[in-house]
Design a protein around this ligand. Structure first.
Ligand code: NAP
Length: 371
């Protein structure tokens, strides 16, 4: 396909300074060596996007900046060194940007510069603007081809629903990192949040038996209900965490052999004992992926005595994205509202979009900007 002529200017949601957004008319970026310009069709919004840009979370990034996260769009312009990507092709645009000459430097596009010299430089000088825009320039390797005929044609996913990948990819990175196998039993907790719920969906699609844990019985029942509505034969059970560490361990031991744990504890739950209880019930040589950010994580003595492996994981690797797209294309996820309930907003409605994103969270829920 011939490269379409890019408009001279495009609309973008630009943060002028902390707390001050406006929809601006900015010059449209052009691709150079190592980059692609993507015409964005759906851009994911995080439940805490407002807190990032109003300074509540004190994240480090330069301003002015076009906001964003991961997105899905069509390749509109390509650097001369592109080999696989084609103009017009539907791609997943990943927000995790890696320095090409030093694997130490990683940052999240338009979210956090990782507060290290190399990633700060890359975000400030090279890859500053994010995907809350009609056009975004991204590294070639961050554009992952999607089989549109299969995903949107045969399987019937809408582009907006596919953007739920932004949530699903995160636990997939952790689950793959601890080599979750089909048929294994995994405890996921807390399972009632955005990433926890996504983790349950992914582990089920990977063929695992899931024990979803959390403090709220009603919300856990909804997690189970959502999974069974889309996958009636899924193996999913739930367990309420009471805060009595020994009693919660006994509850989890009653489920039989537990092979692995995926932890997504938020900082606000740093004092919760659910991970300790789960590790108390984990089998010998069991594996744990810690993806939550807690203050002073503590592990129980079983960690040593039962040869547990504990791995931290930030996001996922590029290879995980490629593999996840194959999983989606294989048809193992349900479709429609049984997959995700998507709320859509235009850039101009960013205030409402951030408000709704903060509330419309949990299993099978997400919010996007569409263009
Ligand atoms: N490693 C990575 O790459 C990566 C990427 C993204 C996110 N994360 C991390 O993943 C974690 C979860 O993020 P999220 O956006 O999914 O959070 P979220 O939607 O706010 O969910 C929070 C979860 O924690 C539970 N919770 C809150 N306070 C609790 C307490 N005091 N005791 C027990 N449970 C409590 C909530 O239960 P209720 O439903 O009962 O309130 C809910 O299940 C965060 O630490 C985040 O930083 C890591």
């Amino acid at each position: 396909m011939v490269s379409p002529t890019l408009p001279t200017h495009h609309r973008a949601l630009q943060l002028q300074s902390i707390g001050h957004f406006q929809v601006a008319n900015l010059p449209t970026p052009k691709a150079g060596h190592g980059s692609a310009v993507v015409k964005i069709e759906a851009a994911g919004i995080l439940s805490y996007h407002r807190e990032i840009y109003d300074g509540t979370r004190n994240y480090s990034f330069p301003t002015p900046i076009v906001g964003g996260y991961s997105a899905i769009g069509r390749i509109a312009n390509l650097g001369p060194d592109a080999t696989l990507l084609k103009i017009g092709q539907l791609v997943y645009v990943d927000c995790v940007i890696h320095a090409r000459d030093d694997s130490e430097y990683i940052f999240l596009s338009a979210i956090h510069d990782s507060a290290r010299e190399g990633s700060r430089k890359l975000m400030r000088d090279v890859w500053r603007d994010g995907t809350f825009a009609e056009y975004a320039r991204m590294p070639l390797e961050n554009c992952i081809p999607l089989n549109e005929a299969r995903l949107c044609g045969g399987l019937g996913f809408s582009v907006e629903d596919l953007m739920y990948m932004g949530y699903l990819m995160v636990p997939f990175g952790g689950l793959r990192d601890i080599r979750l196998e089909p048929g294994e039993t995994i405890v996921i907790g807390p399972a009632t949040g955005g990433y926890g719920g996504a983790a349950v969906q992914v582990a089920i699609a990977m063929g695992a038996r899931v024990i979803a844990i959390g403090r709220n019985e009603e919300k856990l029942a909804k997690v189970r209900e959502h999974v069974l509505a889309g996958s009636p034969n899924a193996s999913i059970e739930t367990a309420v965490i009471t805060g009595d560490e020994a009693a919660d361990t006994a509850t989890l031991r009653a489920f039989g052999t537990i092979d692995a744990i995926l932890d997504l504890t938020p900082p606000s739950a740093s004092k919760s004992t659910h991970l300790r209880s789960a590790m108390g019930a984990l089998r010998r040589n069991g594996r744990v992926s810690m993806m939550g950010f807690v203050d002073n994580p503590m592990v129980p003595w079983e960690f040593v005595a039962r040869n547990h492996s504990l791995k931290g994981k930030l996001m996922y690797e590029r290879d995980d994205i490629v593999q996840f797209v194959k999983l989606l294309e294989s048809g193992l996820f349900p479709k429609g509202e049984r997959f995700v309930q998507t709320r859509k907003f235009q850039l101009e409605d960013w205030t409402a979009a951030f408000d709704v994103a903060a509330k419309h969270t949990g299993i099978g829920k997400h919010v996007v900007f569409t263009f």
